[in-house]
Design a protein around this ligand. Structure first.
Ligand code: FAQ
Length: 324
């Protein structure tokens, strides 16, 4: 019998045991090719989202209304960069090269979250991004702390801690505006009107149109379906919106006693698919900006490589001197 087949059969049995026992798959464990591929897809898309996700907020760093707001915003954007780096590292443990992932992103062939293709023309958008976008990200990502792939789950634990701070700072920006002048209140409401539905779409297509969910749930990567998480998010938002005094822009939003959840209106999935197809407000701007940043940073990568080579040469010389 072919030993590769043997190993695959033993590996598959061990993998099945890990999944059934709900413990972690580690990089050195055998795993089915489709499981590896799904993880590379999801983790790289997630990493790209964090990196592209710096742009809508980066847009406001130079124009933040106070030094304190500027410092907080800079720290948040820096956190997103860090999240991207943990996630690229997690994807690398699956055998995919970081340069390949970067190339796919700047070539425009990689997916990243639809939400980052919306523009952020007002300061209140910094509040909406924190409250709604980070809020949706937390709802989606807390269950990923229990994802079956160890490096991804562990990266998510730290990311979620930071995202929950991000969500609160967004809420606080909106609260400050809602306690301000009529113009500030109107600015906050106008911003939430634009971000609410796109934030709900972050959870992905409805379950009936989600080709990956079933298998990802069977592998304990995803713990809840897209619709379950979207519902959880809406249920979480309504009382927070009441505290803010903000109206969520959905006339069908209503408590359903029987279900014990809020009902909400149908989302415009045509818009979602348009954004995914590259026809969002900012798809081209986002990818071009990332490409420029990548090319502009080439000298830093070259310098780091030259430094590493120099250090390695010095170490080799020292080893040779000790040996002779
Ligand atoms: N945008 O079968 P499903 C953040 C694609 S991080 C674009 O349901 P799946 C932090 C999907 O990839 C936000 N594409 O897919 C932050 C698939 O395409 P493919 C990112 C989407 O994977 C805050 C196809 O549609 N978070 O915000 C979207 O089972 C503030 C069919 O969909 C993550 O990535 C979408 N919204 O479920 C940063 C979390 N939804 O690959 C800066 C991890 C779906 O087959 C500022 N990811 N698609 O060609 C996940 O949990 C899952 O991948 C889902 C999608 C739930 C996003």
């Amino acid at each position: 019998m072919n030993s590769a087949v043997d190993t695959d059969a033993a590996g598959q049995a061990r993998f099945d045991e890990i999944i059934a026992a709900d413990t972690r798959v580690e990089p050195t464990d055998w795993m089915p090719a489709a499981y590896r591929k799904t993880l590379v897809r999801q983790i790289s898309q997630h990493a790209h989202s964090e990196i592209i996700g710096m742009q809508p907020e980066g847009n406001w760093i130079t124009r933040a209304p106070s030094l304190k707001r500027k410092a907080i915003l800079m720290a948040k954007v820096q956190d997103e960069a860090g999240h991207g780096l943990y996630l690229y590292s997690a994807a690398q443990t699956l055998g995919v090269d970081r340069d390949v992932m970067f190339e796919q992103l700047i070539a425009g062939t990689a997916k990243y979250s639809s939400i980052f293709n919306y523009l952020s023309p007002s300061w209140a958008d910094m509040g909406s991004i924190g409250w709604l976008v980070d809020g949706a990200a937390i709802c989606n990502q807390v269950p990923l702390c229990r994802a079956s792939y160890g490096p991804y789950a562990r990266a998510m634990v730290r990311i979620c801690k930071e995202e929950s701070f991000h969500q609160r700072q967004g809420f606080e920006i909106l609260l400050a505006l809602m306690n301000g002048s009529d113009e500030q209140k109107a600015m906050a409401q106008e911003s939430v009107n634009r971000w609410y539905a796109p934030a709900l779409m972050m959870f992905g297509p409805p379950d009936a149109d989600s080709p990956n969910s079933q298998q990802s749930m069977a592998w304990n990567i995803k713990r809840f379906s897209n619709d379950e998480l979207r519902q959880r998010f809406v249920d979480m938002l309504v009382p927070q919106a009441e505290i803010l005094g903000i109206t969520l822009p959905d006339p069908e939003l209503a408590w359903n006693e029987e279900r014990g959840h809020y009902d909400f209106g149908e989302l415009d999935w045509g818009e979602f698919h348009d954004v995914l197809a590259g026809r969002g407000q900012a798809n081209t701007v986002r990818v071009n900006r990332r490409r420029d940043a990548h090319e502009g940073g080439a000298w830093v990568r070259e310098a780091a490589r030259a430094y590493a080579d120099k250090q390695a040469a010095a170490r080799a010389e020292q080893t040779q001197r000790i040996a002779s």
